[in-house]
Every structure is written in C-alpha cells, then in structure tokens.
Design a binder for this molecule. Structure first.
Ligand code: IMP
Ligand code: MG
Length: 172
C-alpha cells in the first residue's frame, strides 16, 4: 500500500505563495517581467502565484521532460514546448514545481539566456537537496526538503495526484 505523508497543508502553501509573490513584486517593480511556467508540474503554483503579484506581468509556458514514468531523473532534458513571447531584453523568472538534480533548470536557464532574456531568475515551489547534481541558484523558494518523492499541488507520480490540494511525500 502506498503511503501519503503530509508535507505542506493548503494554509502553508497559500501563505508561502503570497510571501514569495510579494518578494517578486518588490524585486521587479521597475522591470518588464515575464513568468515562464514549466509544464506540467508548475501550472497550479503559477496560477496562484500570479494572482498575488502587484506588478504588471506577462506569462508564458515551456515544457521540458527528463523523466518518463520513473521517480528518478534520466539526466537528459528534452524541450517539448518553447516559449512564444519575444524575450529580448525582458526579465524572466522560471516558475518550476520542484528542483531535484538541477539538470532541467540548468538546461532551461541556458536556453532562455540564449533566447535573449536580459536576466533569468528561478522560483520553485520546492527545493529538494539530496540528489542535486548541477549547481543552480534558486532565487525564490516556497519550501525546502532534503529528500523524498513529493506529489500534489501540481506534482505528479506517473501523471497522477497533480490535483491534490496539499503536498505529500509519496512512499511507494
Ligand atoms: P531535475 O532535472 O532532476 O531537477 O528534475 C526536475 C523535474 O523532475 C521536476 O520539474 C519534476 O517534474 C520532476 N521531479 C523531481 N522530483 C520530483 C518529486 O519529488 N515529485 C514529482 N516530480 C519530481
Ligand atoms: Mg516538472
């Protein structure tokens, strides 16, 4: 039987998302900002985050895959969908569900820089340390954990559990 151990309640998520949105609003007050949600995991986080921003913002999406149906990274990143907005001289923040090895984000940061973005920041719902392979500087973090496979609030296991309103550690 799989076990679901609670990590973040609805209230904790709501509070941290609002705080992080406030930080971003302060930091980007005088800059043209584009938030880029990484599909699919970040779609719920992004939707909540942008509704707490108090500055103008544009939104776009990218989709990258390194996983398949397992719970550990394949180490290769495939770009499935690129951004559609023109990023030239724009300040962008990547909005990601979880940073694990860092391989996906390292790839996406390079890709966005080469698309002409003036700066590339990173905002993650969860920063998971134990399996980090590539140094990535995560500018905004809602919650940090050491290890464990997490699901809920957009995070999936084999495409399931994205709809759970809280975040759980899934023990298979
Ligand atoms: P990385 O390239 O190893 O940092 O992997 C990042 C991606 O792997 C995330 O965007 C997620 O899609 C997926 N991932 C990593 N850890 C978890 C987890 O604990 N739960 C669900 N997805 C995860
Ligand atoms: Mg993802």
């Amino acid at each position: 039987m799989s076990e679901f151990i609670p990590i973040l309640t609805r209230e904790e998520i709501e509070k941290r998302v609002a705080e992080v949105a406030q930080e971003i609003s302060n930091d980007y007050r005088d800059r043209d900002l584009i938030l880029i949600g990484i599909l699919k995991g970040a779609f719920i986080f992004l939707a909540d985050l942008i509704r707490h921003l108090s500055i103008p913002v544009q939104v776009d999406f990218m989709c990258a895959s390194s996983y398949g149906r397992s719970t550990s990274s394949s180490g290769r990143v495939k770009l499935i969908k690129d951004v559609e907005l023109d990023l030239k001289s724009k300040h962008v923040i990547i909005v990601e569900d979880i940073v694990d090895t860092g391989v996906t984000l390292a790839y996406l940061v390079e890709h966005l820089k080469s698309s002409g973005a003036a700066s590339v920041g990173i905002c993650a719902l969860i920063d998971k340390h134990e399996r980090r392979k590539v140094e990535v500087e995560v500018d905004y973090i809602c919650h940090a954990v050491d290890k464990g496979f997490l699901v809920g609030y957009g995070l999936d296991y084999a495409e399931f559990y994205r709809n759970l309103p809280e975040v759980y550690h899934l023990k298979l």
